[in-house]
Design a protein around this ligand. Structure first.
Ligand code: PHE
Length: 488
């Protein structure tokens, strides 16, 4: 509609001087005219020049007075022609704002006598303000003084009106040509490609944004932890086995077979294959002995250790199972000190809530050397956690079947203003290390923490199901910022 009107008009006229006028003459919304002008201009059918005009529009208050009359006139009309009315009476007849403004304006105009009693001073008044507002509403021009008085009373505000003046452009035609964007099979068969005009390639057009992969927050935080471990000389342990035997997950760690954590409440046992195929037999015998009767200065647990229990396959409940395998392999070599770490998934049969899932990731580090002490453990933890920005640490005695002493690690959380538990640590027991074959003075200090907890804190996630599993919002993963821990 608007397009035909503009192109048609220009076929006989030199210029459309004002798109606003043009729109109202042709009964078209000005917005439509502007959009068509922009599009025709883009294809150079027309040339367009900006025009700007300051115009006035009514404020909400202005609109009210244009409809109901100015407050001063409303007030004047509420006063009887003869005699007077008490101020209180008058106030009751009018809206509070109308009464207030009306009193002051009518007083200024010397229309009324204001006292306890109010009376008219003149016979007749004209509502000039209302008339002016209506004229502004209709787009008529009003005098400069009138503009400033309406503006001062906040009844009108300035608005910049934008439009165009339009002339023919270099590609002008009375009708827009439809250009083909594709050469189709039908065009070729019909032979109409000879007459078709094709749209030119736009080499400046932006292509669709390239899709890329995005790292999950857990992977971003994992990478940062890996960087820290690598900075302080740790090697990564191979954790690519979710299925583990009870032997490596528990027995090698001197965890007795009747320990509640081994119970099916906490551990997922495998149905098929339900048992492990092989274990290092010599070592199994040593582990059996240390459980049953101890040795190396220990009394052991004094129970009948069962091979069938050790054979049972499970989903590993902690990555310390991997540490046990690695230490066993290390003990077979001539002794050399080692620093190992791992970050991978573990499984526990726990009821799911906002902070627990049946699977999570553990971060684990260990140092193996002669003569290490609890002081070394505290020093290493201090170094490790301060690289995460946690320099205020506290330790609390704890219990693990495989470490003695054991310590829970707490860090002061500046945001929460309290001490929060961030991990668990200890020195592996001689009952664990000596059957592996380590020299007697070799000590292993180790610690573990979850990857989920720091990730949730860093990314402000308070429900673990928003972080992991089928309810995760993929667009959030795409937008998540990089992780900046451990850069110091
Ligand atoms: N394996 C422990 C856990 O699952 C963590 C830990 C690792 C504790 C190493 C002490 C030493 O919580």
């Amino acid at each position: 509609m608007a397009e035909d009107a503009i192109l048609g008009y220009l076929s006989t006229a030199e210029e459309i001087p004002d798109s606003g006028l043009f729109a109202s003459q042709h009964c078209l919304p000005h917005n439509d005219v502007v959009n068509v002008i922009k599009s025709l201009h883009g294809f150079r059918y027309i040339d367009a020049q900006d025009i700007k005009r300051e115009s006035w529009v009514l404020t909400d208050e202005g609109k009210k007075y244009a409809a109901d009359g100015s407050p001063e006139v409303q007030l004047f009309l509420a006063i009887p022609q003869e005699g007077s009315i008490s101020k209180d009476e008058l106030q009751k007849k009018l809206e509070p704002s109308v009464f207030k403004i009306g009193c002051s304006q009518a007083g200024k105009n010397k229309w009324v006598d204001m006292g306890k009693q109010v009376s008219r001073k003149v016979q007749h008044v004209e509502d000039k303000v209302k008339d002016l507002l209506i004229r502004v509403q209709n787009g008529e021009e009003i005098g400069k003084d009138d503009v400033s008085s309406l503006k001062a009373r906040k009844l009108i505000v300035a608005q910049t009106w934008k439009g165009y003046s339009v002339r023919k452009g270099p590609n002008y035609a009375p009708k827009r040509k439809k250009v083909a964007t594709d050469l189709t099979r039908e065009n070729l068969q019909r032979g109409d490609w000879k007459e078709l005009e094709f749209k030119e390639y736009n080499f400046n057009a932006k292509g669709p944004p390239a899709e890329a992969g995005h790292l999950h927050p857990l992977l971003k935080v994992k990478q940062q932890f890996m960087n820290i471990f690598l900075q302080i000389g740790f090697e990564e342990m191979p954790t690519n086995n979710f299925v583990e035997s009870s032997f490596w997950n528990f027995d090698a760690l001197f965890q007795p077979q009747q320990h509640p954590a081994r119970d099916s409440h906490d551990t997922f046992f495998l149905e098929a294959p339900s048992t492990t195929r092989e274990l290092p037999e010599d070592y199994v015998q040593l582990v059996k002995r240390v459980h049953e009767s101890g040795g190396y200065g220990s009394r052991g647990y004094m129970y009948d250790w069962k091979r069938e229990e050790a054979n049972k396959n499970l989903l590993r409940t902690h990555t310390t199972a991997v540490s046990a395998r690695m230490l066993y392999a290390l003990a077979k070599q001539p002794f050399a000190p080692k620093r190992y770490f791992s970050i991978d998934r573990v499984f526990r049969n726990e009821s799911v809530d906002r902070t627990h899932l049946a699977e999570f990731h553990q971060i684990e580090g260990l140092v193996c050397d002669r003569g290490l002490t609890l002081g070394d453990l505290i020093g290493v933890l201090d170094n490790f956690f301060s690289r995460l920005g946690m320099s205020k640490l506290r330790f609390k005695p704890a219990y693990n079947p495989y470490t003695e002493p054991s310590m829970e690690i707490f860090s002061y959380h500046e945001g929460l203003k309290k001490w929060v538990e961030i991990g668990n640590s200890g020195m592996f027991r001689p009952e664990m290390l000596l059957p592996m074959g380590f020299p007697e003075d070799v000590r292993v200090i180790a610690w573990g923490l979850s990857l989920e907890r720091p990730t949730m804190i860093l990314y402000g996630i308070d429900n673990i199901r928003d972080l992991f599993g089928h309810k995760v919002d993929l667009s959030l993963i795409k937008r998540n910022p990089i992780c900046r821990i451990g850069i110091n």
